[in-house]
Design a protein around this ligand. Structure first.
Ligand code: PLP
Length: 312
């Protein structure tokens, strides 16, 4: 998907013209992957544009930075305000928002401490991430990051070298996404999505200890499922659970709620989207479209008049 440009990018407290948001080739991040970032959606609801779970995303950015000893010189409130300011200045909704904090230009050694921290926020129109209505996926031959190697709870740029391997292998073999196992062989997550399995009316999802990102959409779906009265079990799941599941779906900011039709060419049940997935997706999209009440306070309204169509 080519990036569609907007007018401004927020950088360390100022709005820059899009083309001027550049960095030097010798920046630490280029050589050592030293960045943490977020991916956030701004929806066009029935009552105007609104950012989904802004504060939770910016808190996760701060948490990712803390894990990597990056002291961001901004509070949560300042970061939230920066995002709102940018989205309103660019006047594009719906859109995808990409805050990123990097170790910049300063020193060449592996230690990042002498390189300055730069914070940027960009936003741009963006469509569907996992193509089609339901995904045909595979189990990847690549594992997720082993515990005590690269911290999965940090949304760090470097983690996505692993995600790239999973995603490229899946595409090369004709699948729309790959699901990775953790280092112990348990189900972990997709290259950019968390994983849910339904069996016997119970919802299962993989736990934080099995090398997943603590997804904000995952949390939203767990909250909605609890409200509906479902039992949610967060536990290590053997690979074979997925082949005998009644329903399987991904969650993520980009993927939203994406049903999975088949895994390794084995149909999930009869290959149709299951009733619990449908019910959860309807509630999720109900809230993000403004058709159902935002009773959990997930939406931050933004003043954006222009509405651009996002390509599917
Ligand atoms: C590896 C990985 N897992 C899970 C997710 C889902 O997280 P969220 O729902 O917060 O977007 C993402 C997306 O950010 C991701 O990159």
């Amino acid at each position: 998907m080519p990036i569609q440009t907007t007018k401004h990018i927020w950088h360390n407290g100022k709005l820059l013209p899009w083309e001027q948001a550049t960095i030097h080739i010798m920046s630490h991040v280029i050589h050592y992957g030293s960045s943490v970032f977020e991916g956030i959606r701004c929806y066009q609801t029935e009552t105007g544009a609104a950012i989904f779970r802004l504060s939770e995303h910016m808190q996760r950015l701060l948490d990712s930075a803390k894990i990597y000893r990056m002291e961001l010189p901004y509070t949560l409130e300042q970061l939230n305000a920066a995002v709102v300011n940018l989205v309103e200045a660019n006047g594009v909704a719906p859109c995808y928002i990409r805050p990123v904090a990097i170790r910049g230009y300063g020193e060449i050694g592996v230690s990042p401490i002498g390189s300055p921290i730069e914070v940027y926020v960009a936003n741009f129109p963006w469509g569907k991430y996992v193509a089609g209505d339901a995904a045909d996926v595979c189990i990847s031959s690549w594992n997720r990051l082993a515990p005590n190697t690269m911290p999965s709870m940090a949304k760090a740029g470097a983690n996505y070298m692993n995600s790239q391997l999973i995603r490229m292998e899946a595409a090369a073999n004709g699948y729309s996404e790959g699901i990775a196992l953790d280092v112990n062989g348990y189900l972990s997550e997709g290259s950019g999505e968390n994983l849910f399995i339904v069996r016997g009316g119970i919802l299962y999802t993989t736990p934080l200890a099995d090398s997943i990102l603590s997804g904000i959409t995952r949390d939203s779906v767990i909250t909605l499922a609890r409200e509906m009265g479902y039992t949610i079990v967060e536990q290590s799941l053997p690979r074979e659970m997925i082949y005998i599941a009644d329903e399987v779906f991904f969650t993520g900011t980009a993927a939203e709620v994406t049903p999975i039709r088949s895994v390794d060419r084995v149909l999930v049940k009869d290959g149709q989207v299951g009733p619990i997935t449908k019910q959860l997706a309807a509630e999720f999209f109900g809230i993000t479209s403004g058709k159902r009440p935002d009773r959990f306070g997930w939406l931050t309204p933004v003043k954006v008049k222009a509405s651009e169509t996002v390509p599917a």
